[in-house]
Design a binder for this molecule. Structure first.
Ligand SMILES: [Zn+2]
Length: 124
């Protein structure tokens, strides 16, 4: 159970923005420092040889979608780990291009793994 506890801590993440909030006003990498709810982990740059994910247009008329986890809103591209109808997928929102794409719907555990691979630059 101790191991599980550690895992949960990693999943909930130490907010990289609030952690650096004392310097945010000077450096300004993140303009939402006052709204911790919007903060999530920052995605790392893709690694050489990373997995190339297939991104699809959003599912039309989706059932109610629950966002389990999301990356930091201060970046132009955000990724959300979503669950709906007993399945999971990752949604990518590019605010600059104004596009929304999602991975194939799969097992929740698989979607969770994909989300973490994206965070660590292992998939994109
Ligand atoms: Zn941020």
């Amino acid at each position: 159970m101790r191991r599980l506890h550690v895992h949960v801590l990693v999943m909930s993440y130490v907010d990289p923005c609030s952690g650096a909030s004392a310097r945010l006003s000077e450096e300004g990498p993140c303009d939402m420092a006052g709204i911790p709810d919007f903060h999530g982990p920052h995605v790392e740059p893709p690694l050489p040889g990373h997995i190339t994910l297939t991104w699809y247009d959003p599912t039309p008329r989706p059932p109610r979608i629950r966002v389990i986890s999301h990356t930091c809103e201060c970046r132009d591209t955000t990724y959300e780990l979503c669950a709906a109808a007993g399945q999971g997928f990752v949604r990518r929102t590019d605010r600059e291009k104004q596009t929304v794409r999602e991975t194939a719907w799969t097992l929740t555990a698989t979607a969770r793994r994909i989300f973490h691979q994206i965070l660590h630059g292992e998939a994109r």
